[in-house]
Design a protein around this ligand. Structure first.
Ligand SMILES: Cc1ncc(COP(=O)(O)O)c(C=O)c1O
Length: 379
C-alpha cells in the first residue's frame, strides 16, 4: 500500500502536458489559449487568494487589482448588458440563474442542441427540461419559432438557447427568440460559451435577459472562469445578498473566482475585446477549411454555409480504415499526432469535431495536406 502511494506521489512530480506545442484544433481548447499577458499574470498571481490583498468583503468591488472596473464597467460594455458578474464557468452561471428564477417541479424550455451542463444544472434545481427539437441529420438546425407553441403548452419559467451549440457550431436566430420571449414575457438565457470572447455579441441587441460566457472556453483564460451579463431588473433576484453578510452573494457562495482564473480572464481581456472585431476572418477561414475537407470526402454537419469555427465532419473514409487497422479509431489520433496535430477526440474516426479558431491558414493548409497523406497512406 505504502509502495503504491509512493508511486502515485512520484507521478505528481514534474507534471507536463503532451500536446502543448502541437497545432491545436481541439474545440474545447482553442478559444481558451492564454495570451502572453495572461501567462505573465498567471505567475504573478499564482498564489492562492492572490487577488484578495485589498478585498473589503466583495470580490467584484476590489480595486487593486482592478476587478471592480473589469466587472462593473468593462464587462457590461463588452456584453451589452446592464449588470455583470464573474462565475466559475458557464454551467455555474446557468445553475445560478435557474436556481434563482425557478423552483423544483417547474419547467424550462431549451434547444435540442443544448450542452449537457444545461440539463445537469436544471436537474440540480429539480426542473423539468422540455426540448425544442432540431432538424436532425445533417444540419441539426433549431428553428426558434418552435419555442412559441411549447411556451404556450408548458408555461416555462425561462427559455434557454445555446448559441452556438458545442456539437455542430450552429447559430440559431437568437434575435427572433428575443422577440418571442418579450411577446410571452419569459426570461431568456443565451448560452454563449462558444460565442462570448470569439465573436461580437450584444445582449441588448439580441434582446436577452441573461448572457452566459465561459472564460476557459472562449476568453483566453485559465479555468475555471465564466462571465454573466443580465438586465438590471434581475440583479436583485440573481445577485441577492446574504441576510447575515451584506456584501456576499448567496448564489456565488460569497465570492466566485478568487485567484488565477480571474486574473488571466482580466489580463487577456484587452486582446479578447480586440479579437472579436476579426470574427469575419475567422468565419471565412472556417468555411474555406470545411470546403477543402469536403473535397477529401468528409461531410460537414451543421449549418451551411457555416458561421462558426467549430466544425463537425462525418468521415466515412476514415471509418472504413479504422475497421481494418490494429489501432481501430485511434489511428487518426496517432497519425495526426505524428504530424504535430492535436484536435479530433482520440478514438473517434466515424466523425470528428475541430475548431479552426487558434490556427492560421498556413497551418490549416498543413492540416488538410496531412489528412490527404493519411488517406493515401491507407488507400
Ligand atoms: C455549449 C456549451 N455550453 C457550456 C459549456 C460548459 O462550459 P463551462 O466549462 O464554462 O461550464 C460547454 C463546454 O463544453 C459548451 O460547449
Amino acid at each position: 500500500m505504502e509502495q503504491e502511494s509512493s508511486k502515485s506521489l512520484q507521478k505528481l512530480r514534474g507534471l507536463r502536458r503532451e500536446h502543448k506545442e502541437l497545432i491545436n484544433l481541439m474545440p474545447l481548447q482553442t478559444g481558451g489559449i492564454l495570451t502572453n499577458a495572461a501567462r505573465e499574470a498567471l505567475i504573478e498571481f499564482a498564489d492562492g487568494y492572490s487577488v484578495c490583498d485589498f478585498c473589503q468583503g466583495s470580490l467584484c468591488n476590489v480595486s487593486n487589482p482592478p476587478i471592480r472596473d473589469f466587472v462593473q464597467e468593462l464587462l457590461p460594455q463588452f456584453l451589452g448588458c446592464e449588470v455583470a458578474t464573474v462565475t466559475h464557468g458557464a454551467r455555474e452561471a446557468k445553475f445560478m440563474i435557474m436556481h434563482s428564477l425557478a423552483r423544483p417541479g417547474d419547467s424550462i424550455l431549451v434547444d435540442a442542441n443544448k450542452h449537457y451542463t444545461t440539463v445537469v444544472a436544471a436537474e440540480r434545481v429539480g426542473l423539468n427540461v422540455i426540448e425544442v427539437p432540431n432538424s436532425g441529420h445533417p444540419e441539426f438546425k433549431v428553428d426558434v419559432n418552435e419555442y412559441a407553441p411549447l411556451i404556450k403548452e408548458h408555461a416555462p419559467k425561462l427559455i434557454l438557447l445555446t448559441y452556438p451549440d458545442g456539437n455542430y457550431g450552429n447559430l440559431p436566430d437568437a434575435k427572433r427568440l428575443g422577440e418571442i420571449s418579450q411577446e410571452y414575457d419569459i426570461p431568456y438565457v443565451l448560452n454563449g460559451a462558444y460565442a462570448v470572447g470569439r465573436m461580437p455579441l450584444s445582449m441588448e441587441q439580441i434582446g436577452v435577459d441573461f448572457i452566459v460566457g465561459s472564460g476557459h472556453k472562449s476568453m483566453a483564460s485559465a479555468g475555471p472562469a465564466g462571465v454573466t451579463g443580465m438586465k438590471k431588473k434581475w440583479e436583485e433576484v440573481v445577485l441577492r445578498k446574504s441576510g447575515k453578510y451584506r456584501n456576499k452573494d448567496i448564489e456565488l457562495l460569497g465570492c466566485s473566482i478568487r485567484g488565477v482564473p480571474l486574473i488571466t480572464l482580466m489580463a487577456s481581456f484587452p486582446s479578447v475585446k480586440e479579437r472579436v472585431q476579426h470574427w469575419d476572418e475567422q468565419v471565412s477561414k472556417a468555411q474555406w477549411f470545411s470546403a477543402e475537407l469536403e473535397k477529401l470526402g468528409f461531410r460537414q454537419l451543421g449549418e451551411k454555409p457555416h458561421r462558426h469555427d467549430l466544425l463537425h465532419f462525418d468521415a466515412p473514409a476514415l471509418y472504413e480504415i479504422s475497421k481494418r487497422v490494429r489501432e481501430k479509431g485511434y489511428f487518426v489520433y496517432k497519425e495526426l499526432k505524428e504530424r504535430g496535430i492535436w484536435g479530433p477526440q482520440p478514438g473517434l474516426a466515424r466523425s470528428f469535431k475541430v475548431s479552426t479558431f487558434a490556427v492560421d491558414r498556413q497551418q490549416l493548409g498543413y492540416v488538410i495536406d496531412s489528412f490527404k497523406a493519411i488517406l493515401s497512406k491507407y488507400a
